[in-house]
Design a protein. Structure first.
Length: 150
């Protein structure tokens, strides 16, 4: 069987981290299957999903690393709206000035995570959580939850 649903999360700041693990567990219980795979996918290029710990010091360390290595204050060609391809332009100038967020997204990695499900439970270890990372400015982010199994 295949199940899918979309959930919109509203981020609150330019570098935000939302733990969506409990929503994934609820979704798995609603799917009413025992064994298979859960996939979580973000429809955005400046937000990523990662499996990691939801620990405050880790969050602070990661934000400091991003600020140091991919600063919002650097000059990015992506932000040069006079020369940028019009097909990639946003609705507002402020929304387009996000070269740093695209690079952070590429360095951090995933637009999706896949998690095995056994006996109706995600096969996580003790501290593993699915985290949604906002790398741009606060906004709504649509995340697609899907699972396939028996």
């Amino acid at each position: 069987m295949y199940y899918s649903k979309s959930i919109v999360y509203t981020t609150k700041k330019p570098f935000d981290i939302i733990d969506i693990t409990d929503d994934i567990k609820k979704f798995i219980s609603e799917c009413d299957f025992k064994n298979g795979l859960a996939n979580i996918f973000t429809r955005h290029t400046t937000a990523v999903l990662k499996i990691n710990e939801a620990e405050d010091w880790f969050r602070n360390d990661l934000k400091e690393w991003c600020d140091k290595n991919v600063s919002i204050d650097e000059i990015y060609r992506h932000n040069d709206l006079e020369h940028r391809d019009p097909k990639t332009m946003c609705d507002s100038k402020e929304e387009c000035l996000n070269g740093h967020a695209h690079i952070r997204g590429m360095l951090m990695g995933n637009s999706s995570e896949t998690i095995p499900v056994q006996d109706g439970k995600l096969l996580f270890w003790v501290w593993q959580r699915v985290l949604l990372f906002e790398l741009d400015h606060a906004r709504d982010r649509e995340i697609i939850f899907s699972c396939i199994g028996e």
